[in-house]
Design a protein around this ligand. Structure first.
Ligand SMILES: Nc1ncnc2c1ncn2[C@@H]1O[C@H](COP(=O)(O)OP(=O)(O)OP(=O)(O)O)[C@@H](O)[C@H]1O
Ligand SMILES: [Mg+2]
Length: 332
């Protein structure tokens, strides 16, 4: 290998790719590139790698292309968890999805965007932990589950009523999302129910990479879910899919499974809206009990864990493989 080879191979790359190359070596037919992906979202890296491969594969003397990607600062993707209706389990699923994504090896943070009804400090067992500020930005609070988080519950007295004007709510959400998330790759955002100020701030200022819609199986919740889908779609936020929560009830005494809200409704509704169905989580007394105790069930080793890991795998696959959005920096 000599520098002529390196220059020759580099000249095969489009300028926008070439300027990301930090080193390039050719040895025994194998090119090894170190590429700087700073500023790209994590899920844009495969496209970067594919473009480099495509440009160099088949070049004179090149049998193999090996790409190593480095980045100074990871740009996290924002994954919103929403529903039209309250009380369907958004917060419970956000916490467990975040924990399950972390178990898959992703670096995950959690933002409780329910400013007037925060629940994530309870769910992740971080009540009473106060975040500090560093250079005017909040530092997320560590939880025992490898998922740092921020919630209004950490900035107010327990049980205090939080009645804020819209601009203050938007300000709080902004502070949470602009906190020191360091190397987080994915920030899961637990939204309040409905279509209020928080949703508007999220759509206008921090456009999520994708939104997950939670619904219970009954018709009314499904109609509200459709409203949430339409809100995200109007805001240009792709919907990852629909999760059915509280699907089927296993009697803790006799084990018989009943379906108080019917069965298959969310899956059919997702199909009718042209959306993916991400899976169902049963109505399970252990989920409620452990949630209240600050032990997300997805962090344990009970029978519920598989359902959450399967859910997290689908969401993660979507994040990695999603089609790049117009205007995304990976258009290079
Ligand atoms: N799969 C489940 N099995 C048993 N209980 C559940 C399940 N999912 C949620 N719950 C319980 O249902 C209640 C409501 O859940 P949660 O707070 O997550 O809903 P939410 O959609 O975030 O509500 P809100 O709209 O008020 O923010 C909680 O007590 C929670 O523990
Ligand atoms: Mg909630």
């Amino acid at each position: 290998m000599n520098s002529l080879d390196a220059d020759r191979l580099k000249s095969l790359l489009p300028a926008a790719l070439a300027e990301r190359v930090r080193s390039l070596r050719l040895s025994a037919g194998r090119v090894t590139l170190v590429v700087d992906a700073t500023g790209l979202e994590v899920q844009e890296r495969p496209a970067l790698e594919a473009q480099l491969r495509a440009a160099l594969t088949g070049a004179d003397g090149v049998a193999q292309v090996h790409v190593a990607i480095m980045a100074d600062k990871v740009q996290p993707v924002i994954l919103a968890v929403g529903s039209g209706k309250g009380g369907v389990g958004k917060s419970t699923l956000s916490a467990n999805l975040a924990v399950a994504l972390a178990r898959l090896g992703r670096k995950v943070g959690l933002v409780d965007a329910d400013i007037s009804g925060p629940s994530q400090a309870r769910l992740l067992g971080t009540e009473g932990q106060r975040p500090v500020a560093h250079e005017n930005r909040l530092v997320p609070v560590a939880s025992r589950w490898g998922v740092p988080m921020l919630s209004m519950a950490q900035l107010t007295e327990p049980g205090a009523a939080i009645a804020w004007r819209g601009s203050m709510v938007a300000g709080a959400v902004t502070q949470f999302l602009e906190a020191h998330w360091d190397n987080a790759e994915i920030i899961v955002v637990d939204l309040p129910p409905g279509t209020g100020d928080v949703q508007l701030t999220m759509l206008q200022k921090f456009k999520p990479t994708g939104a997950v819609i939670v619904s219970t199986p009954q018709d009314l919740a499904l109609m509200d879910a459709a409203r949430a889908v339409s809100l995200f779609e109007k805001g240009g936020v792709p919907v990852v899919g629909v999760i059915e929560n509280m699907a089927g009830y296993a009697c803790p005494h006799c084990g018989e499974v009943s379906d108080p809200f019917g069965v298959g409704g969310a899956e059919a509704a997702a199909a009718a809206m042209g959306l993916d169905f991400l899976g169902r989580i049963p109505l399970d007394i252990a989920i409620r009990r452990e949630s209240d105790a600050g032990n997300p069930i997805a962090a344990g080793d009970g029978p519920q864990v598989q359902a959450f890991l399967a859910l997290a795998t689908r969401v993660n696959d979507w994040l990695v493989q999603r089609p790049l959005q117009p205007g995304s920096q990976a258009a290079l």
